[in-house]
Design a protein around this ligand. Structure first.
Ligand SMILES: *Cc1c(COP(=O)(O)O)cnc(C)c1O
Length: 455
């Protein structure tokens, strides 16, 4: 593990194997007799490592980071060793009580007022599903769980056209139906338009449908757009809708007081999620889910067969009632290790360093005549494309940039994601890997220019 972290920068960032290569190296049947660990480990090196895309590589600029850190890795080793299932207080009192305390530390760290209660979910997608389900129960008088949704007017959810697909996916699972998610138009800053949201809610009400939930975004995945939370919350209050805020990526930036303005009105939400497993040095998976009305969440999920009853009753928290799964990992431990090891100031310094790198990169891109930014920088996220003078045809620009992106990723030196910004192909560059330094970004930018210009 230590060797890997020492050498990861020398490995190709995105796995360079063709589909099927790893499967073909694995025996089709399980071994009859046990094998020794030396053999297993040497196969791990020879078979598994070449098939890994290295998320801990300093030139990982794709998606969002899933950054780990030494204290987090150590805590994960202990979690694995303990192998505890933290479904009930009784099945792991320390797991439960630490989860309560750690989520409250996080609440304070992002400036969320007292009165929000935290729980750790596996992913933001799960937290969004929890929000949709809570909204469903609340708006059906707690009947949908019992009776199903047959015979009712469809429930409607609202999110912006730029929002993460987790809301549409969750709406399908939660029984709203994917077609009953309204994708609300965004403004030129990629923020959901409150006037359009209100119009859509009214139109649905007038049509006899059942508006139930708004999922607002603080930092959309494509370009990092931030919805106006205060205006959105006022609309939700007026029409009685549940408001969930998806801050999966950008929520970590709320550790920085200078970036809190984007979250104005956040305290009016019914729930929110952010992922310490993206930019906050905490190994995947760890999503911090906060709710204002914990009874509503628990009422949505609790179910109590005899074998799950504990003698402690209501005096303790049983987190199995706070989400979909029964069994739960001891995830709070890595937060405890990370937050204590870095301190708030240490984490702030890392976040500020990554954002500063993106600011520098933005300036370098702006100075290159043959490149353009496709959207304003959001925190440490940029979208750009190559546009040499004379190339104006959109189809040709798309082809050129698509090829450029493939060549960059195939080189093994860097890894970016593709994006569509207002329908135009863009190379999406997200900074935030634990080990990314200025020299990495500078070398990556030089490579992008070189490859673009010597097509
Ligand atoms: C990453 C992301 C998600 C999904 O996160 P998971 O934890 O992988 O489910 C949802 N919304 C936004 C805005 C994201 O950036």
């Amino acid at each position: 593990m230590a060797d890997y972290l020492e050498d990861v920068a020398d490995l190709p960032v995105r796995a360079q194997v063709p589909p099927g290569a790893i499967a073909n190296s694995l025996p089709v049947s399980p071994p009859r007799r046990g094998e020794d660990m030396e053999t297993i480990f040497s196969d791990f090196r020879d078979i598994v490592l070449p098939g890994i895309t290295h998320w801990q590589h300093p030139d990982f600029y794709a998606y969002f980071p899933a950054n780990s850190s030494p204290p987090s890795v150590l805590a994960e080793m202990l979690t694995a060793t303990l192998g505890a299932n933290c479904m009930l207080w009784q099945t792991s009192p320390a797991g439960t009580e630490m989860e309560t305390r750690m989520t409250d530390w996080l609440r304070q760290m992002i400036g969320l007022p007292d009165g929000f209660h935290g729980v750790i979910q596996d992913t933001a997608s799960s937290a969004i599903l929890c929000a949709l389900l809570t909204a469903r129960e609340r708006s059906t008088g707690w009947q949908a769980n019992r009776q199903g949704l047959a015979g009712r007017e469809p429930l409607i959810a609202y999110t912006s056209a730029e929002a993460h697909s987790a809301t549409v996916k969750g709406a399908g699972i939660a029984g709203y139906g994917r077609d009953n998610v309204r994708l609300i138009e965004v403004d030129e800053a990629f923020a959901m338009r409150p006037d359009r949201l209100e119009q859509a809610i009214r139109a649905d009400q007038e049509a006899g449908l059942h508006p139930a939930c708004v999922v607002a975004s603080l930092g959309t995945t494509g370009v990092g757009g931030c919805d106006p939370l205060r205006a959105t919350a006022e609309i939700c209050a007026r029409y009685g809708l549940f408001l969930h805020v998806d801050a999966a990526w950008a929520g970590s930036a709320l550790l920085l007081p200078e970036h809190r303005a984007m979250a104005d009105g956040l305290e009016l939400a019914d729930s929110l999620v952010f992922n310490p497993h993206k930019m906050l040095m905490t190994n995947f998976d760890c999503s911090a889910h906060f709710v204002r009305d914990r009874d509503a969440l628990v009422r949505t999920f609790s179910i109590l067969p005899e074998f799950l009853k504990g003698r402690e009753g209501d005096s303790v928290i049983d987190y199995r009632d706070w989400g979909v799964a029964l069994g739960r990992r001891f995830r709070a431990l890595k937060l405890w290790f990370v937050i204590r090891s870095y301190g708030i100031e240490g984490l702030q310094a890392i976040l500020r360093r990554h954002i500063a790198l993106a600011v520098e990169l933005e300036q370098m891109i702006a100075q290159a005549d043959d490149f353009e930014l496709m959207a304003p920088r959001s925190l440490s996220l940029l979208n750009l494309r190559y546009r040499p003078s004379g190339m104006t045809d959109e189809a040709e620009l798309e082809r050129t940039n698509r090829t450029l992106l493939e060549r960059l990723n195939d080189s093994g030196r860097v890894y970016f994601t593709q994006n569509l910004v207002k329908g135009r192909f863009a190379i999406r560059w997200s900074i935030g890997q634990t080990r990314t330094e200025r020299h990495h970004v500078e070398a990556a930018w030089a490579l992008v220019q070189r490859m673009a210009r010597c097509a």
